[in-house]
Write a protein that binds this ligand. Structure first.
Ligand SMILES: [Fe+2]
Ligand SMILES: [Fe+2]
Length: 367
């Protein structure tokens, strides 16, 4: 969890209802965060500590909603870290390439991260259906009840910036440009990424009985939650690579920037898993008037996303880099030896056999 604002210390932890303006409020900062000349979100307390944007009420709110789940004996879903393939190229591989002047793959990897962060803004366009009709039990005073009134918007602003303030997209670009001294950005990064994303889109509805709007929203949330969990590994990688003076021209600036981004991410994982857990603890009313256990739906959607990640993410990462990697190696003094060393540093990884969200045998869906 990110730090709370000092003025909020002691704020009642049992408040469950918040106005959108509260969930979007950042409070005052002693100093703004400027990254590579770009004014970014967040800022510094008088004592120099970084405070993430929009957390003064959002963080205590999420904590209250999670406490409420715990009080009612409901689980908070957790994405097992073991399902996330290791970063490719890993830290040692990235540094090896950079030390040998093969920087393009790293510029590319960092650019992909900044673009994916910017995609986060799409969450504000996710349509929230009429939950009063779809959720059987009461849900006021939950994260679920605040998705449209603050949580999605706060998330979107964190990722892609808001008005004159940069968000994560701009912060990653700043870290990249500082560490690698304004490198030339390959022109095809976005196009390749879109091509790959387009491939797996619009899967068949997994739960047609709940209607397309609710499935779209929950499916999107499941997807973003998993992307956010993957990102945790990416941040660690970014910090380790970009703060190494041997390969980074701005170890302090770039490393700290990524650390700030990582701090900002905590509420994303937390509100998403809270809202999904709240649905999981309830009953969904189907379009034909029958009902289905929320757990069957949420677990089914998480299983689908995690199963796809377990199978495809490693190969996707390799695909994103392969050509650029080959080309970059060719430019170096001893391509064959470097390629061999690069290969030998690859982190071995075997996908776990299960996602942990498999349909339960008593589920009607399991049949
Ligand atoms: Fe982000
Ligand atoms: Fe995020």
């Amino acid at each position: 969890m990110a730090e709370t604002h000092p003025s909020q210390t002691g704020e009642s932890d049992d408040r469950l209802v918040y106005a959108p303006e509260e969930l979007l409020a950042s409070g005052d900062y002693a100093e703004p965060l400027i990254a590579n000349g770009v004014r970014c979100h967040g800022g510094f307390e008088a004592d120099g500590r970084y405070r993430s944007p929009r957390v003064i009420h959002r963080v205590p709110a999420i904590r209250s909603w999670q406490a409420q789940l715990a009080r009612s004996g409901d689980d908070l879903v957790e994405i097992p870290a073991a399902l996330v393939p290791p970063q490719y190229p890993n830290v040692a591989q990235a540094k090896l390439l950079m030390r040998n002047g093969a920087r393009e793959p790293i510029v590319r990897a960092l650019t992909i991260i900044s673009i994916v962060e910017g995609f986060g803004a799409m969450i504000r366009d996710v349509e929230v259906p009429d939950l009063d009709e779809l959720i059987v039990e009461p849900y006021d005073g939950t994260a679920l009840a605040h998705l449209r009134s603050g949580l999605f918007e706060a998330h979107a602003r964190d990722e892609s910036g808001y008005r004159e303030e940069g968000g994560h997209k701009q912060m990653w670009e700043a870290a990249r440009d500082a560490a690698l001294e304004n490198p030339k950005i390959p022109g095809d990064v976005l196009m390749r990424l879109m091509g790959r994303r387009g491939r797996g889109q619009r899967p068949e509805p997994a739960f047609p009985q709940i209607g397309p709007k609710l499935e779209r929203m929950l499916g999107f949330m499941a997807n973003v939650l998993v992307v956010e969990v993957i990102a945790e590994g990416t941040f660690q990688w970014g910090i380790e690579v970009l703060s190494d003076p041997e390969v980074s021209a701005a170890p302090e600036v770039a490393g700290t920037m990524v650390a700030h981004i990582r701090a900002d991410e905590a509420p994303h994982v937390e509100y998403l898993r809270t809202a999904l857990s709240e649905v999981r603890a309830r009953t969904i009313r189907c379009v034909d008037g029958t009902t289905i256990d929320g757990r069957t739906v949420v677990d089914g959607l998480l299983h689908r996303v995690l199963d796809g990640m377990r199978r495809n993410r490693r190969a996707d990462q390799e695909d994103d880099l392969r050509e650029g990697l080959m080309a970059a190696l060719k430019e170096t003094a001893n391509p064959d030896a470097l390629a061999e060393e690069f290969e030998s540093l690859t982190t071995k990884w075997t996908p776990p056999a299960k996602t942990g969200f498999e349909p339960r045998t008593e589920d009607p869906q399991a049949a």
